[in-house]
Design a protein around this ligand. Structure first.
Ligand SMILES: C[S@@+](CC[C@H](N)C(=O)[O-])C[C@H]1O[C@@H](n2cnc3c(N)ncnc32)[C@H](O)[C@@H]1O
Length: 222
């Protein structure tokens, strides 16, 4: 099923106090995390949380999602997942780095958030080869996305097609890997919000392929 682009104009008004407080604390946690992990290759790159907050806010205000279930693929310090929960979504995040998961859980607890943050891979089981194939098509030297799979969805008691909105921040050049995994595993109607460089966000919806296209793409059997 193809992904349809949705135009999302952001209304960047002032941040609510609880959001501003979370982002201030998240900055401090990030600085400390980088100090404690200075030997960690490329380091940890968060998205611009203010931009992502406004995007989530617009999606919820316009009621664009088919339901309240949210998942952050590669949730890092868990900030976007906590922001989603603050906006009334049933939010969870999956992160492959255990130290980041521990920081994320501590941050969620500090803000009394019900966001669920689990350790594991967001690559659905059975999709490893698909992710690796999509990766092979990228020409980026740096790779942050791990293509291994595990049981993170079992831990959550949810499947990838249970989510109404998925957020990810792919490294530049890796966007197609996220698109491919989402297109393959998300439910019809689900939304994919991605953060890109220079504070840009992109919103896409998984839609049904038009019948004429389905027909044209079938190999001739007569
Ligand atoms: C660019 S960071 C973005 C973090 C966070 N989403 C944000 O917006 O600040 C990407 C994160 O994805 C994690 N990651 C990479 N591959 C993963 C996988 N297969 N499953 C879960 N997390 C993964 C990395 O460890 C990293 O924390």
């Amino acid at each position: 099923m193809p992904l349809k682009e949705i135009d999302l104009s952001l209304d960047c008004g002032p941040l609510p106090d609880e959001v501003a407080a979370l982002l201030e604390q998240a900055d401090a946690v990030h600085v400390q995390f980088m100090r404690d992990n200075s030997d960690w290759g490329t380091g940890f790159f968060p998205s611009d949380y203010v931009t992502v907050y406004h995007a989530l806010n617009m999606i919820t205000r316009l009621d664009l999602a088919t339901g309240p279930s949210f998942c952050e693929w590669g949730s890092g310090l868990g900030v976007v997942t906590i922001l989603a929960e603050m906006q009334g979504l049933q939010a969870c995040g999956i992160e492959i780095n255990r130290d980041l998961v521990d920081e994320a859980i501590a941050l969620a607890e500090a803000f009394d958030s019900q966001a669920e943050l689990v350790h594991g891979s967001f690559v659905p089981r059975g999709c490893e080869a698909r992710a690796e194939k999509a990766y092979a098509a990228t020409d980026e030297g740096v790779a942050w996305l791990s293509t291994e799979t595990d049981n993170a969805y079992d831990d959550l008691g949810l499947d990838p097609d249970d989510f109404d909105l998925i957020f990810a921040y792919p490294w530049p050049g890796e966007e197609n890997v996220i698109d491919e995994l989402f297109e393959h595993s998300a439910a019809e109607g689900a939304l994919l919000l991605t953060y890109g460089q220079q504070n840009s966000v992109r919103l896409q919806r998984k839609v049904k392929r038009p019948r004429s296209v389905e027909w044209k793409s079938q190999p001739a059997s007569f």
